[in-house]
Design a protein around this ligand. Structure first.
Ligand code: SF4
Ligand code: SF4
Length: 502
């Protein structure tokens, strides 16, 4: 805006950023070629050429974006998107880009602690491991383990081995069981660069609310690039407002009608699917959506885990159906077999075992009534404050490992900095515990990791039903799973600025 020395970079209509529709994703920092736009707190943190750059993955939501972590003197200086130049996946949101300052928060755990006279007091690792191993031996098959779905494959493997082989309990589960299972989460692995149509079913990804924002950005980018977009949802959505066709109503009925209309337009379907939808009513909008689908060469259908089996029916006509989880490694955790054979996640966080061992920031604020509670996490969360024993864990930026993302890709997490104080990687803590209990946990092999991308997924005609028991509020769950990150200085500021602007 303006001319000559008076010219300046402004938002549309020169409004403040928070009133301009800006999502604070910081992608403008990635694209600015001359560093005219840089992070406000980067001054006096060195020059670009002095940084070490580590490729990794953001584990804060189900999109698991590729990131490049720049470090100097064992401090993270900035995080950028690491998606391929020009690809639809070159995006990260404000959480992934700016949330790393939570690693230095006052609430960060740097030493093990035990409850003494109602207060948590710092202890050595030797004492912590001694207490934990004795309590775990005492509880045996009545011990329970719960973790989040954003732990690495290596963590999931170690937890399962430790629980089954050493503690001898069948009670191990994750937050993934709140919104999906193997049948509803293991899905196709599409090539997003070939997509010419996207159908979004029972999902409301939203960059402004930071709910699966990278998926929102990916779909919008594909649509801007010419891919057709149809949304099928019970309510209006942001993506619906930019779709070629927005279908609102009962998702299962709309799916039936959509398939019926596509078959009427000559798309081939298995005979039992054709007969299951033969009586479905077809509206003008459905006709329009089916015409686009019939013409598409490579459609991709994104859906919630709860609607996955019903949506698979569309994939039987053509294209790939992708089930989108809330958490970054939901698929990997399931493939690693961290699904209970005993008490479920819900039962355990309600006190179904005598000892509960929690790994990560689970969406639970008050402690279950158990004899002994161990919390292994990065920050002093509300739950950790109520624990009998607190074990300080490394954050994902301080650890190595792998995950399987929502598109079925095996991705690697690379350690960018050392954990603070005496915090340790989850796998190292479990290995120390195993040793104290007279055993060892074998490491996951490269072959086992490679096999994670060769899973089988459901692709047969299925009932048009939304799977019960998997209804979570995705926005609330992401916020609870990341509350320590969101209370880091910059995101806390952002939340309040955005609130004030409403
Ligand atoms: S939406 Fe993102 S890329 Fe656009 S101005 Fe805001 S921060 Fe920059
Ligand atoms: S969209 Fe999700 S995974 Fe990607 S940067 Fe944001 S929080 Fe991280």
């Amino acid at each position: 805006m303006g001319r000559g020395v008076g010219s300046k970079v402004v938002t549309a209509m020169d409004k403040p950023l928070q009133e301009s529709g800006c999502t604070f994703c910081g992608s403008c920092l990635d694209v600015c070629p001359v560093n005219a736009l840089v992070e406000a707190d980067r001054s006096r943190k060195g020059r670009e050429w002095e940084y070490d750059r580590v490729p990794s993955v953001c584990l804060l939501c189900g999109n698991a974006c590729d990131i490049a972590v720049s470090t100097k003197d064992d401090m993270i200086v900035k995080i950028n998107s690491y998606g391929e130049e020009g690809s639809a996946e070159r995006y990260i949101c404000a959480y992934g880009r700016f949330g790393f300052d939570c690693l230095l928060a006052d609430t960060r755990l740097t030493s093990p602690m035990k409850k003494q006279d109602g207060k948590l007091v710092e202890i050595s690792w030797e004492e912590a491991i001694d207490i934990a191993s004795k309590e775990l031996k005492k509880a045996g098959s009545n011990a329970g383990f719960v973790a989040t779905g954003s732990i690495t494959n290596e963590d999931a493997y170690a937890i399962k081995k430790f629980a089954t082989d050493i503690v001898k309990t069948k009670n191990y589960d994750t937050t993934v069981s709140l919104y999906g299972d193997k049948e509803t989460l293991l899905s196709a692995s599409p090539n997003m660069d070939s997509v010419d149509m996207i159908v979004v079913v029972d999902l409301n990804p939203d960059q402004w609310k930071r709910v699966l924002p990278a998926l929102d950005a990916l779909v919008r980018k594909a649509a801007n690039g010419g891919a057709k977009l149809v949304t099928i949802n019970a309510n209006e959505t942001g993506l619906g407002s930019v779709a070629d066709v927005e279908l609102i109503g009962s998702e299962t009925e709309l799916l039936k009608s959509f398939i019926k209309a596509a078959i009427d337009k000559g798309v081939t379907a298995p005979p039992d699917l054709a007969s299951a939808v033969s009586n479905a009513a077809v509206s003008e909008d459905i006709e329009k959506a089916a015409t686009l689908f019939a013409a598409a060469k490579y459609p991709v259908i994104f859906t919630s885990p709860a609607m996955y089996t019903a949506t698979v029916n569309v994939g039987l006509l053509k294209g790939s159906v992708v089930s989108v989880p809330v958490e970054s490694n939901a698929k990997g955790v399931l493939l690693m077999g961290l699904t209970t054979e005993g008490k479920t996640y819900k039962e355990m966080v309600n006190g179904a075992t005598s000892l509960l061992y929690v790994i990560g920031e689970i969406p639970v604020k008050s402690a279950p009534k158990v004899d002994f509670l161990i919390v292994q996490t990065t920050h002093l969360t509300d739950l950790a404050k109520q624990a009998d024993l607190v074990l300080p864990a490394a954050a994902f930026l301080e650890d190595d490992g792998s995950i399987v993302d929502y598109l079925g890709n095996l991705k690697f997490i690379c350690q960018a900095i050392e954990p603070p104080g005496s915090a340790k990687a989850n796998t190292d803590i479990l290995a120390d515990l195993a040793k104290a209990m007279g055993a060892e946990i074998a490491e996951v092999s490269d072959d086992e990791l490679d096999n994670l991308t060769k899973y089988e997924f459901k692709c047969k005609v299925s009932p048009f039903e939304k799977k019960a028991g998997f209804d979570v509020k995705v926005d609330e769950m992401i916020e609870m799973l990341n509350s320590s990150v969101l209370n880091g200085t910059r995101l806390f500021w952002l939340k309040n600025v955005e609130k004030a602007a409403v």
